[in-house]
Design a protein around this ligand. Structure first.
Ligand code: 6GU
Length: 238
C-alpha cells in the first residue's frame, strides 16, 4: 500500500508515521508513505501558497494552483489516478469499515488543508472522498491524515505480526474488546479472573464474549444499539 500525503507540513507527518508498528511495516516494504510539500509547487517567487478569500472574511485560503500541481505530480508519476481523500470536518466520519475498505486500494492520496481551507475549484477537480475524523475542529488535516493512515495500515495483511488481531479487536463486530490481563496473577490485591487461569478454552471464550457485551452496553450504548439491531435482523432472516 502506498500513501501520498499532500501537505504544507511534511515533517509533521513523517515524524509521526515512522515509528513503532507503521515504521516497521515501512522498513519491511509492506507500506510506503511519501509526503509531497505543496509549497514546492508554488509558482510565486516567495513560495507563497495562500491568499485572501474573495468576498472577504477571516483568514487565508490555500490557492488552487500549487495544490493541483502537487496532485498532478503524483498522478503523472503513477500513470493513474488513485482515490484522493480531502480531510475536512465536512465529510462523513471515518469508521473502521471505511479503514477496511480503503486498505484494499493500491495507492491513496491524502490532501491536508490548512488555514481556512482550500479554493473550492481544485477540490472539485481532484477530490474523490471527503472525510472527517469527528465532530470537532482541528487546525489542519495532518493529524486526521495520520489517524487514517494508521488505521488503514493495520488492516493491510502482514502489518500486524499477529494476523488475527486486526479483525478481532474493538469495532470489528460492533462490540468493544474484552478486558485483558498479564502477569502477575495478583496486583494491588486484584486477582486475574479465575476463568482465564483455568485453561478451559470454551469457558474463556464465553467469558470474553460476555465481558465484551457488558462493556459495550455500559460504555458505548450507541454501538450496543447497532449490534442489537443487526443481530435481530440476522436471526429474523433464518
Ligand atoms: Cl479531517 N480536518 C480538520 N481540519 N478538522 C477536523 C477534521 C479534519 N475532522 C475533524 N475535525
Amino acid at each position: 500500500m502506498k500513501f501520498y500525503i499532500l501537505t504544507l507540513f511534511p515533517e509533521m507527518v513523517e515524524n509521526g508515521l515512522h515509528t513503532s508498528i507503521i515504521g516497521r511495516a515501512i522498513e519491511a516494504g509492506l507500506l510506503s508513505i511519501e509526503t509531497v510539500n505543496i509549497r514546492d509547487f508554488s509558482t510565486n517567487k516567495h513560495g507563497k501558497e495562500d491568499d485572501y478569500p474573495y468576498g472577504g472574511g477571516a483568514g487565508m485560503l490555500m490557492q488552487a494552483q500549487p495544490v493541483y500541481d502537487a496532485w498532478k505530480w503524483v498522478v503523472e508519476r503513477l500513470g493513474r489516478k488513485p482515490r484522493c481523500i480531502y480531510l475536512t470536518p465536512q465529510g462523513p466520519t471515518f469508521q473502521q469499515a471505511m479503514a477496511r475498505e480503503l486498505a484494499l486500494e493500491e495507492e491513496l492520496i491524502f490532501l491536508c488543508g490548512h488555514y481556512e481551507g482550500i479554493d473550492e475549484r481544485v477540490l472539485q477537480e481532484i477530490v474523490t472522498d471527503y472525510v472527517s475524523i469527528g465532530d470537532y475542529v482541528l487546525t489542519g488535516g495532518e493529524l486526521p491524515a495520520m489517524v487514517m493512515v494508521d488505521a488503514i495500515s493495520r488492516m493491510v495483511p502482514g502489518v500486524l505480526s499477529n494476523e488475527a488481531s486486526g479483525s478481532t479487536e474493538s469495532f470489528e463486530n460492533d462490540l468493544l474488546e474484552y478486558p485483558q490481563y498479564s502477569r502477575p496473577e495478583e496486583w494491588m490485591g486484584k486477582r486475574v479472573p479465575e476463568v482465564l487461569l483455568s485453561g478451559h478454552h470454551k469457558n474463556i471464550e464465553n467469558w470474553r464474549r460476555e465481558q465484551s457485551i457488558l462493556r459495550t452496553r455500559e460504555r458505548r450504548p450507541d454501538l450496543w444499539e447497532r449490534y442489537q439491531s443487526k443481530t435481530a435482523g440476522e436471526s429474523g432472516q433464518k
